[in-house]
Design a protein around this ligand. Structure first.
Ligand code: N2P
Length: 361
């Protein structure tokens, strides 16, 4: 008996280094941006453990990527940031033979992404979406005298936003999303890089700032769902997550989201592998798993964001697929605007002006 025990122990001693070396992938993604069960299923199928960390701003991701080695294997930059980061040498080119599910990608979406990543060499689209206005249907009705929320005027005219001051307004803590909307509202090019224009966008915001409770890019989901706020400039999927959370809580809060009639920013969030990623094979396995049509559909079902896999459409529930604020129809798509990457000098001005908006200095 003792002999067998000793033998078993010896076997364990030999086997344990293999256990300690379990394969892992380090993923850094936006918060509220995946079905958590997808991560479990990936590990079940591949044996690769996912070490998962989240952020809620491109600036946070960029600061880490530019500071040097991160240990991340998969990150999810928005297209404009991706473009600047590609130029900074942050990413490795894809070996497309390692991604069999590339075939299901959405050609139009990848073509839009190619404006930032020519030839689609460094990234594939994960989700795409608009930045618009989320609001509490009943509280907005009372404050708008029955008129619909449909215009950036609700947000950027002080006399309008003022009416929402008492029930709470949040805005994304993201100059790209907010300055471009303000530029559109004042009739300037949302993609303007002119310092004067950026300054005017900041001034527009400073006029409505007294009615903004917080600039934050993830807390608005729960704040809307709980009834703590009644209006947010936010992202489409997050806004519908707020609606779903309120419905689950059956708390009487009804949230809607609108793409303003003047147009809205369309953004693309994309999967990329940093140049110094320690687990490249696992990164490919993870990205390929996310591109599997049934998996992409599950992530859309959980997050209410449109994904970049055209082949996932048959797996997506009709109420999401037919929601034009999530999957805009062709005519609405034409009304959306896109922006290009800021060079470093412009980005500095944007950061300075954004700080002026948030701190008043
Ligand atoms: C996820 C938000 C992702 C959209 N909650 C902004 N990149």
């Amino acid at each position: 008996m003792r002999g067998i025990a000793a033998f078993m122990l010896a076997i364990f001693a030999i086997a344990s280094p293999a256990i300690a070396q379990q394969k892992v992938v380090n993923v850094y993604n936006w918060s509220d941006y995946i079905d958590p069960k997808v991560l479990e299923d990936f590990t079940k199928e591949t044996g690769i453990k996912v070490i998962y960390d989240t952020y809620d701003s491109n600036e946070t991701l960029e600061t880490k990527l530019l500071a040097g080695k991160t240990d991340y294997d998969v990150v999810v930059p928005s297209a404009t940031f991706l473009q600047r980061q590609i130029q900074a040498g942050v990413y490795q080119k894809f070996d497309k033979s390692k991604l069999i599910n590339l075939k299901g990608l959405w050609p139009e979406v990848m073509a839009r992404l190619a404006a930032y990543d020519p030839g689609n060499q460094y990234a594939v689209n994960y989700m795409w979406f608009t930045t618009g206005i989320a609001y509490d249907v009943e509280k907005a009705r009372l404050r708008m005298g029955g008129k619909p929320v449909e215009s950036w005027e609700t947000v950027f005219k002080p006399e309008n936003l003022r009416k929402f001051g008492d029930c709470g307004v949040y805005m994304l803590d993201s100059p790209e999303d907010i300055f471009t909307a303000a530029l559109k509202f004042i009739g300037l090019n949302p993609d303007s890089k002119r310092p004067d224009d950026i300054h005017r966008a900041a001034d527009t915001l400073l006029r409505v700032k007294p009615y903004v409770k917080k600039f934050h890019s993830s807390e608005y989901i729960n704040a809307l769902a709980n009834g703590d706020i009644c209006l947010a400039v936010g992202w489409a999927g997050d806004s519908f997550q707020a609606r779903n959370r309120a419905r689950e809580a059956a708390n009487g809060v009804d949230i809607n989201y609108v793409i303003p009639k003047e147009g809205a920013l369309m953004s693309l969030d994309n999967l990329a592998i940093p140049k110094d990623a320690p687990h490249v094979a696992e990164a490919y396995a993870f990205i390929d798993f996310l591109l599997r049509p049934d998996i992409a559909a599950r992530n859309t079902a959980t997050t209410s964001f449109a994904n970049g896999v055209l082949a996932s459409k048959p797996f997506i529930e009709k109420d999401i697929l037919n929601n034009p604020s999530i999957y805009p129809r062709d005519d609405a798509l034409r009304g959306l605007y896109v922006v290009t990457a800021n060079d470093q000098a412009t980005q500095k001005i944007v950061t300075r002006e954004w700080t002026r908006v948030k701190t008043g200095r």
